[in-house]
Design a binder for this molecule. Structure first.
Ligand code: GLV
Length: 369
């Protein structure tokens, strides 16, 4: 008889759960919208489950892996980022974990672009004028103006999947693009984008010929009108190029006073105290954030200072929050589908049971020969 796999999910991921149940899996879903306490995750893992479905808000470390030492076969994370999962601990216990890269790339990139546009054109304070009956006249420049995006310079910090997709969105607005990546430079991609910019200009679609190039981090910050962040969170010791507090007092001061920062990557990449000060003291002109050091954003966060509310947009970790992106059961379209497929691959020993060949497993280094 086929083994009946037992799975605990720390959150509901919609119809993808039925997909597992229809395959005969016994699946328990934590019923609350908030994250379960860590002690409950440990207890469920200890109870002998084969698979654990997690999200970015669950701390998955040695305590959890130890609890699953003899029986836990896979942790399937519904997110592309996995800084909440301690990779060294997973490797020590030889438990593979999966993530949901690719299917949220376009959604996240477009949301970053929309945040940039909304910040630059001051859409939030503008709507407030209307709603609060403060829209008393049409005037050439009163009560305030925004800044165009078209033709400006954007720095893309991190040119992995999402950074590259963001660049693609920028092409339609004839933005000039400064790229920086501490780990890998994709010059082929940059060449293609330049060819498209050249064609747009040659065919009369853009007045100026837009450009794109890789530069140093410092050069990117010094020259950009907008800075969009697309790096993974890597703390000291986790990488030769850590990204924790990449944006701090020193680096924020490199930016132009008219420049704006957009962060859809991970909160701790930006020192929030330094950023709040940068906005208060006008070192930079604005920021739009989707991610925070602590989520949900604490009530006493310096980013909530009413003095900077007109130039600080605060989104609730929403960049991938689109229907198909989050919930499609198709592993090529939705995070939920890709999450359960990663789980199924390991539990049902797809790819001949060779973890090295399973596309959604992250920590393959623990399973090589
Ligand atoms: C969202 O932040 C993700 O990592 O998927």
């Amino acid at each position: 008889m086929k083994k009946k796999f037992r799975v605990f999910a720390t959150c509901d991921i919609g119809e993808a759960i039925d997909l597992l149940r229809n395959r005969g899996y016994e699946v328990e879903v934590y019923p609350q919208p908030e994250a379960p306490p860590k002690s409950l995750i440990v207890e469920k893992v200890k109870s002998g489950i084969d698979g654990l479905i997690t999200t970015l808000r669950d701390q998955i470390d040695a305590e959890v892996f130890r609890a699953g030492k003899s029986h836990l076969k896979v942790v399937a994370q519904i997110a592309v980022g996995f800084d909440n999962i301690n990779r060294a601990d997973a490797n020590r216990y030889k438990i593979p974990f999966t993530h949901t890269a690719d299917v949220l790339t376009e959604a996240t990139a477009e949301f970053a672009f929309f945040m940039l546009g909304s910040l630059a054109r001051r859409m939030w304070p503008a709507e407030h004028l209307t709603r609060e009956n403060q829209w008393g006249y049409w005037h050439p420049y009163l009560p305030f103006l925004g800044d165009e995006v078209t033709g400006k310079i954007v720095a893309v910090i991190g040119t992995g999947r999402i950074g590259l997709a963001f660049i693609k969105k920028c092409v339609g607005f004839d933005l000039n693009i400064l790229c920086y990546d501490p780990a890998y430079e994709n010059h082929d991609y940059v060449k293609t984008i330049q060819e498209i910019a050249n064609l747009r200009h040659a065919r009369g679609l853009s007045r100026e010929r837009a450009w794109i190039k890789y530069v140093s981090f410092e050069e990117a910050l010094r020259h950009a009108d907008f800075v969009s962040v697309h790096v993974p969170l890597l703390r000291a010791g986790e990488s030769k190029t850590p990204t924790y507090h990449l944006f701090n007092e020193q680096t924020l001061r490199l930016m132009k006073p008219t420049a704006m920062l957009v962060n859809t990557s991970r909160g701790p990449v930006v020192d929030e105290t330094a950023l709040a000060r940068a906005l208060r003291e006008n070192w930079i002109a604005g920021a739009a954030l989707d991610v925070y050091a602590t989520e949900p954003l604490p009530t006493d966060s310096p980013l909530r200072d009413p003095a900077i509310a007109d130039r600080c947009r605060l989104m609730p970790h929403f960049a991938s929050a689109a229907r198909i992106t989050r919930l499609s059961t198709d592993p090529n379209k939705g995070m939920a589908g890709r999450c359960v497929q990663g789980l199924i691959d390991v539990l049902e020993e797809n790819y001949g049971g060779d973890i090295m060949k399973m596309p959604y497993v992250v920590n393959k280094e623990a399973f090589g020969k």
